[in-house]
Ligand binder design. Structure first.
Ligand code: URA
Length: 299
């Protein structure tokens, strides 16, 4: 029942995000239903297509996809709702697969998640509340990779559930997609770095094999690397995101990877948010084209 409620809440948030992003971005026309990639669907679980999206009533003068939806209750500090703190039980680690067995993502992703929940490979395990493995659909063709959990994610055990996560959901909603059913969301490191500092290189090195295996199993068509840490860890480049964003790269020589700004960066007033958000939306439009999704027209 709780799962159903939370799924319903996610759907409502995604519809809000869809309308908010497009309305505030000045879009005059956008798909009246979410368009799925043209390639062979890999979804093994049936997910209903999101309901038709209503056209925005008014056009906002400035591209500002991040403002709170107007129906939201007054919230002068723009703080997200507090995330309830739950400590997930450690998952017993299943036996490793016999060699040569076909790698079914529904078997092996839970196995890696169990390993992660017991992981003590680096110092981050000492201060975590929960490990944070993923949210979304393991059958998705599109994966978003962030840096690492913050306080809200550590408290809930799910990635991108705080303020940056709300923005990420808006961005995904603007693509006509529903976060929980159409994409897979994860991070470079699975435990929260204290004080929200960047993960250290040895922490990334200890954790990255989990992500490589995770991505190998999800096997998406496109990966979006959010920010410098994801870009550096996935491609081994020291190039800053400001230089590389918007240009297609290859992850491990096989998977299309689009680097773009991290939602936390887009929320920073110092980042020239209007221009950065416009660029991020450009990057997401390239991703939509690559996936065969209908790109909304802009004014
Ligand atoms: N920032 C990230 O990079 N990942 C999260 O899960 C949350 C915030």
């Amino acid at each position: 029942m709780d799962d159903l409620r939370s799924e319903l809440a996610d759907l409502v948030r995604a519809v809000h995000a869809y309308v908010a992003w497009h309305g505030e971005g000045g879009t005059v026309g956008f798909p009246r239903e979410a368009v799925r990639p043209q390639t062979t669907p890999r979804h093994e679980t049936a997910h209903a297509a999101p309901p038709p999206m209503p056209a925005p009533a008014a056009q906002a003068p400035e591209f500002s996809p991040f403002a709170a939806p107007s129906a939201a209750p007054p919230n002068p500090f723009n703080e997200p709702d507090p995330v309830p703190r739950v400590t997930k039980p450690r998952i017993p680690v299943p036996k490793p697969p016999p060699p040569g067995e076909p790698r079914d993502r529904h078997v092996h992703l839970p196995r890696i998640e169990a390993e992660v929940s017991n992981c003590t490979k680096c110092r981050l395990h000492e201060t975590r509340t929960n490990t944070v493995f993923f949210r979304g659909n393991p059958n998705a063709q599109l994966v978003f990779v962030g840096e690492g959990p913050g306080a809200d994610e550590d408290a809930s055990g799910k990635p991108f559930v705080g303020r940056a996560g709300q923005l990420l959901d808006k961005m995904i909603g603007a693509m006509g997609l529903v976060p929980e059913s159409d994409v897979y969301i994860c991070n470079i490191v699975k435990c929260r770095p204290p004080d929200n500092r960047r993960p250290e290189p040895d922490e990334v090195a200890a954790c990255i094999p989990y992500l490589h295996e995770q991505l190998d199993l999800v096997s998406p068509k496109v990966i979006v690397a959010l920010g410098n840490t994801a870009l550096a860890a996935l491609l081994g480049t020291a190039m800053p995101i400001t230089k590389v964003r918007g240009t297609w790269k290859l992850y491990r020589g096989t998977t299309m990877l689009m680097p773009t700004y991290h939602p936390s960066f887009l929320l920073r007033p110092t980042s020239n948010p209007v221009e950065s958000k416009r660029q991020a939306w450009e990057d997401l439009q390239s991703v939509m084209k690559e996936l065969g999704l209908e790109v909304p027209q802009k004014r």
